[in-house]
Ligand binder design. Structure first.
Ligand code: NAD
Length: 259
């Protein structure tokens, strides 16, 4: 992907985004950890993402898990607790509210939490897995386990195998089914607006999907308080917190809801 080192400031154009959304039939949302930051789920890159002075980027790897499964599970058990006690914020709710009988919203999230669904979004693909799933390293089965806290760490399967969190760690392949769902969406849909929200977009597939939507005619919008590798390619940058900006978008749409 032709990412340059520099990004340019893009003037916020909330009115343009509202206008485009008003007439949109298909909206693609690419969301990242920043969307859940206002629900007090820390991003990995923020200072509050560190846990017991350990860097999340070093804990979220299979190598770390192999070295110390209990430590990695303690971190996941802590994060499962945070997520279980969190509520969807204004950003999640505004995104869910974009869905109407005339406007389809397809969300591809890197988040392992379920706050989009709990806010009411219907089509959500978890490209980095789910914190509520576990995978048995012995029999390969994947299943849901929502117990918080987990009764014993590291947890084991009924077959006696060690369980791992059902999330995609750094350096691992994306789940095939989730990728196929995204591909299918791109083949079937004419995307009017693509919203890239709360993500650094450093994983190449996120940037690729965003640029693919733009190439096929979508208005590409980024919502993030900071510049990212994608900023220089977007049509509109709305600089600020997802919850605050999406609330403004929602307000704009409710004043002029469209067809
Ligand atoms: P990231 O690339 O998604 O970076 C976080 C981004 O959020 C940054 O660009 C930051 O500027 C932006 N941001 C911070 N506060 C924001 C706000 N209020 N509104 C909008 N944007 C805001 O991801 P990461 O934190 O490096 O995490 C790496 C991976 O770890 C994720 O892709 C995910 O798989 C996992 N993760 C998941 C969660 C979750 O499920 N909530 C949280 C942290 C990490």
């Amino acid at each position: 992907m032709p990412y340059g080192a520099q990004s340019r400031a893009v003037t916020p154009e909330l009115g343009t985004v509202v206008q485009k959304l008003r007439d949109a039939r298909n909206v693609l949302v690419l969301s990242g950890a920043g969307v859940s930051a206002e629900s007090n789920i820390p991003t990995f890159r923020g200072e509050d993402g560190w846990w017991r002075s350990l860097n999340p980027a070093e804990l979220a790897t299979f190598a770390a898990f192999k070295r110390d499964p209990r430590l990695v599970w303690e971190w996941y058990d802590y994060r499962r607790g945070l997520i279980a006690n969190a509520s969807p914020n204004a950003g999640h709710r505004a995104l869910a509210g974009l869905e109407t009988p005339a406007r389809e919203v397809f969300t591809v999230t890197q988040n392992v939490d379920d706050l989009h669904e709990r806010a009411g979004s219907h089509q959500v693909v978890h490209i980095h897995g789910s914190i509520w799933e576990v995978i048995c390293l012995k029999d390969g089965k994947t299943y849901e386990d929502r117990r918080v806290p987990l009764p014993g760490l590291p947890p084991t399967c009924a077959c006696g195998g060690l369980l791992r969190p059902g999330v995609v760690w750094f350096g691992e392949a994306l789940p095939a089914t989730a990728c196929a769902q995204v591909e299918d969406y791109f083949h079937k849909s004419w995307i009017d607006v693509a919203l890239v929200i709360g993500t650094e977009a450093t994983f190449s597939y996120i940037g690729d999907w965003a640029l693919r939507a733009k190439r096929s005619g979508a208005l590409l919008v980024e919502i993030n308080p900071s510049p990212t590798v994608l900023t220089q390619y977007v049509d509109v940058k709305l600089e600020g917190k997802a919850g605050e900006i999406l609330q403004e978008v929602k307000k704009g749409l409710s004043l002029n809801p469209g067809p």
